[in-house]
Design a protein around this ligand. Structure first.
Ligand code: ZN
Length: 77
């Protein structure tokens, strides 16, 4: 791996640069955590649920024009 400080090529397993002595740490790529995943999935599901209710609300007048047999949930009491 290359030293990020001076650019000297070092051994793959080297922890410090042989030339300048700086630690050869590769800045870790951002790794999403479990909490992050849960948050994002929660937001996605919330959006889907909201979209469902919104579409349901918007499409109700149109669905009423459809035969009762295929939209029985609109006529439930
Ligand atoms: Zn170096």
């Amino acid at each position: 791996m290359k030293c990020q400080n001076c650019g000297t090529e070092n051994k793959q397993e080297a922890k410090f640069c042989k030339k300048c002595g700086k630690p050869l740490v590769v800045t870790p790529v951002w790794k999403p955590t479990l909490i992050w995943h849960l948050k994002v999935l929660g937001i996605i599901y919330l959006c889907l649920i909201l979209l469902f209710f919104l579409l349901n609300h918007l499409l109700k007048p149109y669905m009423r024009k459809l035969p009762q047999e295929i939209t029985p949930w609109l006529y439930q009491k």
